[in-house]
Design a protein around this ligand. Structure first.
Ligand code: F6P
Length: 320
């Protein structure tokens, strides 16, 4: 039976991470466990920046974006010697279990720690929604709403000027943020890693929209890392009837107060993580599938097939 649990956040921050930290802390304290916060992810673990958390350490954070624990990316954590330093720091404090909040890379670190005798549970925290074995990750809904607020504003000015707005959103290699934002904003086109990218096809579609004379504007939502959106906008201005303008939303998508959905998700995930640890389960990640909490071994999560979004892409196409 575990006696104390450490919490860390790792990788890119996501709104709702604080709500998860709060839930883990309070659920663990209710179960008679000691709780420790580890600063700046695996970096702080290796450096021993660890302090005990009480119930009031996590007061008034459920509504705050970012993570009170800080976060970092530490590629060196793949190195056994570096991990050994982290395990030693945990042993010094008598910490026998960890809840890690982050993405795929965070889970890989946790799996390695589990193999070194530390019980670990992973919570999916990223705006990208790119984690297998869960329908939604903590932060995705808030980022989606941030994107929508911007696109709604861009639509006003685009319509006034007969412009085509190219809006680049984050997502790393996952198109969910672009796809959901495209559907919810009524965008004319959505381009993601899953759709592939053919510049000629995009131009032809925009020319057709302009020729139909029914659109005062066009919104194109595109995932990051696909093409240079400034150049695309220039091309659109040159060869279609629309004036092209590009907007890269950038890190604004990672900030802000979490939505009710994200606070709820994070709270349920955090509480469930503690329940799993108390039942002696380790090396699992928590998720939600069809509104039911599930836990999946890390290894299976890595192999899990990426869910097909065919129906959502078809929906976007039909209603655009
Ligand atoms: O994983 C979250 C994310 O915001 C991605 O969408 C994006 O590609 C990446 O992190 C940006 O990383 P950084 O904040 O290190 O620039």
């Amino acid at each position: 039976m575990i006696k104390s649990v450490g919490i860390l956040t790792s990788g890119g921050d996501a709104p709702g991470m604080n709500a998860a930290i709060r839930a883990v802390t309070r659920a663990a304290l209710s179960n008679g466990l000691k709780v420790f916060g580890i600063m700046d992810g695996y970096q702080g673990l290796v450096e021993g920046r660890i302090s005990e958390l009480q119930r009031n350490s996590v007061s008034d954070i459920i509504m705050r974006g970012g993570t009170i624990l800080g976060t970092a990316r530490l590629p060196e954590f793949k190195d056994l010697k570096v991990r050994e330093q982290g395990v030693a720091k945990l042993q010094e404090k008598g910490i026998d279990a960890l809840v890690v909040i982050g993405g795929d890379g965070t889970y890989r670190g946790a799996l390695a720690l589990h193999e070194m005798g530390i019980k670990c549970i992973g919570l999916p925290g990223t705006i990208d929604n790119d984690i297998a074995c869960t329908d939604f990750t903590i932060g995705f809904d808030t980022a989606l709403n941030t994107v929508l607020e911007s696109i709604d504003k861009l639509r006003d000015t685009s319509a006034s000027h007969h412009r085509c707005s190219i809006v680049e959103v984050m997502g790393n290699h996952c198109g969910d943020l672009a796809l959901y934002a495209g559907i919810c904003s009524g965008a004319e086109l959505v381009i993601t890693p899953e759709t592939g990218y053919d510049e000629l096809e995009v131009i032809e579609k925009l020319k057709a929209l302009d020729a139909a004379k029914k659109r005062r504007h066009a919104i194109v939502v595109i995932s990051e890392k696909i093409t240079d959106v400034d150049l695309l906008a220039q091309k659109i201005s040159k060869v279609t009837g629309f004036a092209g303008r590009s907007t890269v939303l950038g890190h604004v998508q990672r900030g802000g107060s979490p939505t009710g959905f994200d606070r709820m998700l994070a709270t349920r995930f955090g509480d469930f993580a503690v329940e799993l640890l108390c039942n002696d389960i380790s090396a699992h990640c928590v998720g939600i599938l069809e509104n039911k909490l599930v836990s999946t071994p890390f290894e299976e999560a890595f192999d899990f097939p990426t869910p097909s979004r065919k129906k959502l892409f078809a929906l976007q196409g039909r209603l655009a």
